[in-house]
Design a protein around this ligand. Structure first.
Ligand code: DC
Length: 228
């Protein structure tokens, strides 16, 4: 029988990582984990409870109160993020959270909290996880690591179109500023910054459509599954 592997997908914001990860998990009957949703839910909790981002004691106490769960939503056919039993899938995608999440994700205690849970989810393998540090920190021994990139203007357009669906008043400039700010914070932070793992395969999807990207990634996945 074919062995299950771990597929780690990293890259900048709005590169299409989650779309790819979701499609691969479905095709392979693997578990899909969007780790960005976990950092977003933590950021939402901090915002709601006015937790100061520089107060280690308050942060540790707040993390003790946070329970994160993914639950499959039959209607949308994807997993929703639950924070302490509440479905926060919509709210964590709002600009209010996007503007603060990189700062929250740069806090070492937050990363330790999230990474421990992510590693536990991968003990039985058969998982596709997307984020920023999956191939470097969470699963440094993953059988397949993908580093997804795309031209910044293509990423901006995709993100803008996505956000327009829930907020028709959103400005493209605001989306561009937020993307730029997150790219910079995610790749320059001291603790587990976004970087390409040495053994990652680069998938530049600037000129690829979803199907082409999926075909290529699945070809690589099948090779690694056969070799494992
Ligand atoms: O993928 P996303 O845009 O939903 O991620 C939200 C934020 O969380 C992003 O600014 C970077 C951070 N993040 C992280 O630091 N490490 C991860 N593994 C996933 C996301």
């Amino acid at each position: 029988m074919e062995k299950k592997i771990i597929i780690a997908i990293d890259g900048f914001s709005s590169c299409g990582k989650s779309t790819l990860a979701k499609a691969m998990a479905k095709a392979l009957a693997y578990v899909f984990v969007d780790t960005g949703a976990m950092y977003r839910a933590i950021a939402l909790y901090f915002l709601r409870n006015n937790i100061p981002f520089n107060d280690t004691v308050s942060i540790e106490a707040a993390l003790d109160q946070i329970e994160l769960r993914f639950k499959f939503n039959a209607a949308s056919q994807k997993s929703d993020m639950y924070l302490n039993g509440e479905n926060v899938e919509q709210e964590i995608r709002e600009m209010r959270v996007s503007q603060k999440v990189s700062e929250v994700a740069s806090i070492p205690a937050v990363r330790e909290f999230a990474v421990a849970q992510q590693q536990a989810m991968g003990v039985d393998k058969g998982i596709v996880m997307d984020g920023r540090d999956i191939g470097t920190v969470v699963f440094p021994k993953a059988e397949l690591k993908l580093f997804v990139t795309a031209d910044p203007s293509v990423r901006l357009e995709r993100r803008y179109q996505e956000l327009l669906q829930t907020d028709p008043s959103i400005s493209k400039d605001a989306v561009a500023a937020n993307l730029q700010q997150r790219d910079s914070m995610d790749s320059t932070r001291a603790h587990s910054p976004l970087r390409q793992a040495e053994d990652a395969l680069v998938l530049d999807n600037t000129t690829l459509n979803r199907e082409q990207q999926f075909e290529l990634a699945m070809q690589w996945a099948m090779e690694r599954i056969k070799a494992s």
